[in-house]
Design a protein around this ligand. Structure first.
Ligand code: PDD
Length: 277
């Protein structure tokens, strides 16, 4: 079943209207929320970010956070999602005759589904390789919008080079991954790009920043260059699906010892503990 506004419907019975603005313009927002053992993880933070994305795009929502959370519960129950998975949801500005500006008469359309997704345990244990790619996205990457072509092209470039992720840079400055945030460790300090219009404020990033604080690690939210990333002692990406995933090579150059490092391991363990994994 999928959730369409407030109703659970069979997936095959949901026809996307050709004039849905998400379909025509990418005019909408989305979230990917983790489910561990049938329980939603960090729901509040995802809903806060969803509301922020909608506010930035001037899309007022006709329901509240508690109401939406309750509907997700019904959706998971209907789909018997009792293991590890995700809830994907998107909200389109709605269906209206095609004009670029906001249509006068339209209402947001929410669609959500669940899917079983296993934790990427092997990659989390062994680490993964990434490439770098120019960040060609727009200048409001802080909004979790459905416009993902820049991300799609970067990820495809990575996959074609047998890498798990593309780390994006604007000029020399590293921003984030195509679907993750990026961190490096140098001489015991952890660095990641500060929150700004150039990156998505990842929920996992937010959690890791807090965990680093709890662990008394020196975490510095400051931009760094591609060369500094090449010269890092450790690197890792974070996302709802990847959690804390060690990066052991960038563009074919080994990072540190070429194996997941101790600071990354500490944060991985702290994340697992927090999520009850
Ligand atoms: N992507 N940066 C970008 C560009 C992302 O697309 C994502 C997540 C993140 C990490 O955010 P979070 O920790 O909240 O998942 C950072 C999701 C998972 C996706 O598009 O599938």
């Amino acid at each position: 079943m999928i959730l369409v506004d407030s109703s659970l419907v069979e997936r095959k019975d949901f026809g996307v209207d050709i004039e849905d603005r998400a379909y025509q313009f990418g005019d909408g927002v989305y979230e990917v929320i983790r489910v561990y053992g049938g329980k939603v993880f960090a729901m509040g933070q995802h809903l806060d970010r969803l509301w922020r994305s909608c506010a930035e795009l001037r899309m007022p929502l006709p329901f509240g956070k508690d109401e939406l959370a309750a509907r997700f519960g019904e959706l998971m129950k209907a789909n018997q999602l009792s293991g590890d998975g995700i809830i994907y949801l998107q909200i389109s500005r709605g269906v209206a005759p095609r004009v670029h500006q906001f249509p006068e008469e339209t209402r947001p359309l929410l669609v959500a589904y669940t899917r079983e997704v296993q934790r990427p345990l092997q990659a989390m244990e062994n680490g993964g390789s990434v490439i770098t790619a120019e960040d060609i996205r727009w200048l409001r990457c802080d909004i979790k919008s459905l416009n993902l072509l820049g991300n799609v092209l970067a990820k495809q470039a990575a996959v074609e080079k047998r890498a798990i992720e593309a780390i994006l840079h604007r000029g020399d400055t590293v921003t984030e991954g195509s679907s993750s945030n990026f961190f490096i460790v140098k001489e015991g300090s952890v660095y990641t790009h500060p929150l700004s219009n150039l990156i998505l404020g990842g929920i996992t990033r937010e959690i890791v920043v807090k965990l680093a604080e709890d662990l008394k690690l020196n975490l510095i939210q400051q931009a760094f260059t591609v060369d500094q990333a090449y010269g890092a002692d450790e690197a890792f990406i974070t996302s709802t699906i990847s959690e804390v995933l060690p990066i052991i090579s960038i563009d074919g150059r080994s990072i540190g010892s070429g194996a997941p490092g101790p600071v990354t391991r500490k944060l991985q363990r702290a994340f697992e503990e927090l999520a009850g994994l």
